[in-house]
Write a protein that binds this ligand. Structure first.
Ligand code: NAP
Length: 337
């Protein structure tokens, strides 16, 4: 099986490549070569920009790929470029979408499956949905078989570990130092976090699996936990216990809407999905990495890369924690502060 990833050295890409190689696939990746790659040798790298239609056309014409996996398509014009380049030039195109295409409603059975109406609330979700529709149209019109995979929160070595507030938080440093950390609401929002190596399996084993042609799949592990659990398990990985301070999401976002955009658009809402359909059609998709172990790996890698986010100098967070602590002790006094 001859495969091409648009991307390849990113977080989820790394999990995909690992499993493609384990399957014995030949793997080529197209990226700008700007990132450290931890991938084993044997992966062919083409340096180029996916937004350049001529580059895509050259890559599509030089070799026939059985499967193309587009990891870095966020807008319809990018989807159109991929579709035009690989029209009848690959058997299958796998598009990496997101659960943000569903929006924020919760079904009666709580877990969102692939039949749930897609009503995204963010530009990110709306653009990904537009891309999904373009790829599925290309499938219907015979350009190639398309498969859409929708990861939810995916973490692992190579990236920062999110908290309930933001994408690259000082929370893990605060926790390690025994300092209180903020969590939105009562910390009882539902969440899932899936390791990139587990998510990678679904992509790798959907490749040339005809059951997946024309289908969409959630890509999450089964465990659904609250943000309280998330913080407690992360703290366990750090060998500590968290001191959680709960404040309303609106209060947190109002302090810095740009910084806390993740909370505003995503983390304040339930994020609980079922991937039963994926497990049925792609039996190799078994999620085996527990969150405590995954956090250990992720934070060890963050330190190794010198990207540990220190809480020192983060005046905004220190001030928010000061007010939240005062409010817990004496709401009347803090209200005047
Ligand atoms: N992580 C999550 O929680 C999550 C959840 C849902 C969906 N997703 C989806 O996952 C995908 C991201 O996948 P990932 O984690 O593997 O990626 P990533 O960590 O964002 O890495 C991006 C990859 O694409 C390359 N790249 C970026 N811009 C490029 C360009 N213009 N031309 C060529 N290569 C480019 C990067 O290398 P260079 O910089 O060297 O070019 C790198 O290999 C996105 O589609 C995102 O929507 C992620």
């Amino acid at each position: 099986m001859n495969t091409l990833l648009l991307g390849g050295t990113g977080l989820i890409s790394t999990g995909i490549v690992t499993h493609l190689l384990a399957r014995g696939a030949a793997v080529t990746m197209l990226n700008r070569g700007q990132r450290e790659s931890t991938l084993p040798s044997g992966v062919r790298a083409i340096v180029g920009d996916r937004n350049d239609a001529a580059t895509l056309a050259r890559v599509a014409n030089e070799t026939r790929y059985d499967v193309v996996i587009d990891m870095i398509c966020f807008a319809p014009d990018q989807a159109v470029k991929t579709i035009e380049a690989f029209d009848k030039r690959c058997a299958q195109l796998i598009f990496c979408s997101t659960v943000c295409t569903y929006g924020v409603k919760v079904p009666p059975g709580v877990l969102v499956d692939e039949s749930f109406p897609q009503e995204p609330i963010s530009d990110y979700g709306r653009n990904k949905l537009a891309c999904e529709r373009l790829f599925l149209d290309a499938h219907r019109t015979g350009k190639f078989a398309a498969t859409v995979i929708r990861p939810s929160c995916t973490y692992g070595p190579g990236n920062a570990l999110i908290d309930n507030l933001e994408f690259d938080p000082p929370t893990w440093d605060r926790m390690e130092k025994g300092l209180p950390v903020l969590c939105a609401g009562d910390g009882l929002g539902l969440w899932q976090a899936t390791h990139r190596d587990d998510v990678g399996k679904l992509f790798a084993y959907s490749a040339l699996n005809t059951k997946t042609y024309g289908e969409c799949y959630n890509a999450t592990r089964d465990e659904v936990f609250t943000w309280r659990d998330y913080y407690h398990q992360a703290a366990e990985a750090l060998g500590t216990t968290p001191r959680l301070l709960f404040m309303p999401a609106d209060w947190i976002v109002a302090h810095d809407p740009q910084r806390f955009v993740g909370l505003q658009e995503i983390f304040r809402y339930h994020g609980a999905y079922t991937s039963a359909k994926a497990k049925h059609d792609v039996p190799e998709f078994k999620c085996e990495i527990g969150f405590v172990e995954g956090v250990r790996q992720t934070l060890t890698d963050v330190r190794r890369r010198g990207k540990w986010k220190s809480a020192e100098g983060d005046k905004r967070m220190a001030e928010m924690v000061r007010i939240a602590t005062a409010l817990q002790r004496s709401p009347a006094v803090a209200g005047q502060g």
